[in-house]
Design a protein. Structure first.
Lengths: 149, 228
């Protein structure tokens, strides 16, 4: 599935994507191509990317290639998906402990489409954090490990 | 209590209130003692209830985690036996030996794969839907991203895409001069009527060498009314 979506392989390319994608939601999937949950997520991303092409641009990033970003976004579980709009990092409240990224895969394509739409509308209205429309039961549960506590 | 009396007296003098009211407002000593004791009791009671609540929450979380682990194990065992059934197409004894190899704590499910291969695919199909959420527990963990010296997104550090200074080429932020001129042209275009011909012309679509604009069906066959 991951061969259907464009990939970014180095920090410079990720920077370029963040700075240059305009007026559309930028979706960066951080993970590994051969991981099981990543494959599920990539499948959903690939199938919806055409329909969302007017609202969103999707890229895949391998966490081993960009340690700077892996460390900056504190990516401990893969896949983790980060959203940007016009170079600004968008936060979403999913009901999970971490609002800066979406951890895991989506249950259905419609969940992902709804989420992109909510992010797009929120960004158009100038909001930096939006509330996810996905049913909290469909959000993958994970333990957020705090350092030093 | 003597100082209580003195304070009320002073308060009354300063605010010039009714002397009769003052007596009524004095709190007798035994009332005060009772109040202090009741306060201690209420405090102890409250603390006890809070601790109980916290322990209860911890027990609930432990229980939920245990149930999650069990469901994950059950789902994994289903997959395990299903694959073993598929690979061993030969004889009965081997079929029954397959599931017994991965004998899990959940006993009842083991008997069904031994009986027939046909029911098992359908059963495993419904399995994944229920186990979708539980399999999310086995998200790949790629380690604590521990770097005490620098910050990260949670601590509000500078984002990596803004720290790149030695990229070199374009130092200026914002669109270039040509982009600005193009933007002004587009603004003018927006003022034109929406139903004009070619308003929805897609300038950015890629065309190959054999593309031609359609001009009045000169090279095309068909009736004249089709040339619109």
């Amino acid at each position: 599935m991951s061969f259907l979506l464009p990939k970014l392989t180095c920090k410079r390319e990720v920077d370029q994507a963040i700075k240059s994608v305009a007026e559309k939601v930028l979706v960066l999937r951080f993970g590994r191509d051969n991981d099981a949950v990543c494959l599920q997520l990539d499948d959903i991303l690939a199938k919806t990317s055409h329909d969302l092409s007017k609202m969103a641009v999707i890229y895949l990033v391998d966490v081993d290639n960009v340690p700077v970003y892996t460390q900056y976004f504190d990516i401990s579980y893969i896949p983790s998906t980060v959203f940007f709009f016009n170079g600004q990092h968008m936060k979403v409240d999913y009901g999970s402990p971490d609002h800066t990224k979406f951890v895991g895969s989506f249950k259905t394509k419609q969940d992902f489409i709804d989420l992109i739409e909510v992010i797009y509308r929120g960004a158009m209205r100038g909001k930096l954090i939006v509330r996810s429309p996905i049913d909290p039961n469909n959000i993958p549960k994970y333990d957020l490990l705090y350092q030093g506590i | 209590r003597p100082e209580h009396r003195r304070e009320t007296a002073r308060f009354w003098r300063e605010n010039r209130a009714e002397a009769a009211l003052r007596e009524r407002c004095l709190v007798p000593a035994e009332e005060y003692e009772r109040f202090v004791q009741a306060l201690e009791r209420a405090l102890a009671e409250h603390q006890r209830r809070e601790e109980e609540r916290i322990l209860q929450m911890a027990a609930d979380i432990r229980e939920a985690e245990r149930r999650q682990r069990e469901t994950v194990q059950a789902a994994l065992q289903k997959y395990c036996s299903f694959f073993l059934n598929r690979t061993q197409l030969h004889t009965e004894p081997e079929l029954c030996a397959g599931p017994s190899v991965c004998r899990p704590p959940a006993g009842p499910e083991r008997d069904s794969p031994c009986t027939a291969e046909q029911p098992s695919p359908s059963r495993v199909q419904t399995g994944p839907d229920l186990a979708w959420m539980e399999s999310g527990n086995v998200l790949t963990f790629i380690g604590h991203q521990e770097r005490e010296g620098e910050g990260n997104v949670h601590t509000g550090a500078k984002p990596p895409w803004l720290t790149e200074e030695e990229d070199g080429s374009k130092q200026q932020i914002g669109p270039s001069y040509e982009d600005f001129l193009k933007h002004k042209e587009k603004q003018k275009l927006k003022k034109l009527p929406m139903e004009r011909v070619g308003a929805n012309f897609d300038h950015t679509s890629q065309t190959n060498d054999s593309w031609l604009p359609s001009f009045g069906r000169v090279w095309n066959h068909g009736r004249r009314w089709q040339s619109r």
